[in-house]
Write a protein that binds this ligand. Structure first.
Ligand code: SF4
Ligand code: SF4
Length: 399
């Protein structure tokens, strides 16, 4: 961290900047560079309009629960003007003489329309967009109009769109297989599951740059650091693709060639073939259905809840909540995919076949031979150290 304190982030090229903010948490970045950020933003105020479609508001909750900085500190430091956010802005719809008030001070729908008409804002979309039934969008209403109508207007006037969470990015649980999924016809902003041709922007013929922050929910760091990079001009919003993967996720948080499994705190057990078959153990969770080996996210390094913990560390198999195609791709959540094929044939090619799944395990782990490579030895030592530490802790507690 010492070296980073002395870096001049304003003179960094885009790639270096993204690497640095990727390595630091939002807190460290915003804290360390407070004065430079203030200088860079002296004359600017970035307007953000944040709209909610079909979702659980979990991504807003996640960002609001972010700590050091919390959302309000981040807004201050980045000089952001939240022109509209369903949960942060008090809803107003006051009736005067039996009629709905028609000024933006008293009616938040009018306030939203006025903010959209001003244009020049970042549009944050949380939640899927209903296209059904029959292209009307009426399965998701927003006051008197459809969310599809609101999204169309808001996206048309935005400078760029930040889709956060699986519902807004790829459809999420709204697009999971069911008897009514075709009727509801929920879409992500730029994709439906893994298909860009069925994203809502394509459906509407609107051409806007998009960044997808995956996750169910999204990590507050992923959202705040991406916003910071955009606001500080470190992402070219007219051409963000060089820093994104094929699903428009920032590579710095969702690396193409590294999976969560690489840095998992339980990785040592995997390499020596120690697998939990019941919950509450200490070993690798692969036989309980862990999808870490197929998940391109930095959760194991960045962690959650103020960098305290993450799924596999807490004993829950990774359900691959940030891969396009979630949730069908990941179900059944808690069964070893080696013996259970993916449920959605459309996504078979993206998910490991049974054969590939076995390939990810070292020969030592599945008992096919004794490959005493350095990795295996190192991992075994790591696992052994954890066992010893656990025993020591237990002894201390017993005393
Ligand atoms: S399979 Fe899951 S629990 Fe096991 S090491 Fe990989 S990510 Fe961790
Ligand atoms: S560890 Fe897996 S399930 Fe947990 S948040 Fe990360 S990607 Fe999602």
């Amino acid at each position: 961290m010492g070296e980073l304190e002395n870096t001049d982030f304003l003179s960094m090229d885009r790639r270096t900047f993204l690497k640095v903010v990727g390595a630091m948490g939002a807190s460290a970045f915003l804290g360390l560079h407070r004065s430079e950020i203030s200088k860079a933003l002296e004359l600017s105020k970035t307007r953000v309009i944040w709209i909610h479609g079909a979702e659980c508001t979990g991504c807003s909750e996640s960002v609001l629960n972010g700590r050091d900085p919390d959302i309000f500190q981040a807004i201050q430091k980045l000089s952001v003007d939240i022109a509209y956010h369903e949960m942060l802005i008090q809803q107003q719809g006051i009736f005067v003489d039996g009629e709905l008030a028609s000024t933006s001070e008293l009616n938040s729908e009018i306030m939203l329309d006025e903010a959209i008409e001003e244009g020049g804002y970042i549009l944050v979309v949380e939640g899927a967009i209903a296209n059904g039934p029959d292209g009307t969008g009426k399965y998701c209403m927003y006051g008197e109009r459809t969310f599809k109508e609101l999204f169309t207007k808001a996206a048309s006037n935005a400078t760029f769109v930040l889709a956060i969470g699986m519902c807004a990015t790829y459809g999420g649980i709204n697009s999971a297989n069911s008897e009514i999924v075709d009727l509801m016809d929920f879409r992500g902003v730029a994709f439906l599951r893994r298909d860009p041709s069925k994203g809502m922007l394509t459906e509407l013929g609107i051409d806007r740059p998009v960044i997808n922050i995956a996750g169910c929910p999204s990590n507050p760091d992923w959202v705040l650091l991406t916003l910071a990079a955009v606001i500080l001009g470190k992402i070219d919003i007219n051409d963000p693709d060089p820093i994104l993967d094929e699903f428009k996720r920032p590579l710095v948080f969702f690396p193409e060639n590294v999976t969560l499994h690489w840095n998992c705190p339980r990785r040592g057990y995997y390499d020596i073939g120690q697998f939990d078959t019941e919950f509450s153990g200490d070993a690798c969770l692969w036989k309980l259905g862990c999808k870490g080996p197929y998940t391109h996210s930095d959760c194991a390094l960045r962690k959650w809840n103020g960098s305290v913990n993450m799924c596999t560390q807490a004993g829950s198999p990774c359900i691959s909540c940030c891969e396009p195609g979630f949730f069908d791709n990941s179900t059944p959540f808690y069964k070893n995919v080696q013996t259970v094929a993916p449920s959605n044939s459309e996504t078979d090619s993206s998910f490991p076949s049974n054969e590939n799944n076995e390939d990810t395990i070292t020969p030592a782990a599945i008992g096919l031979g004794a490959t005493a490579g350095a990795t295996v030895i190192g991992s075994a030592a790591y696992a052994a150290r954890r066992i010893v530490q656990k025993d020591d802790n237990k002894k201390e507690m017993d005393q």
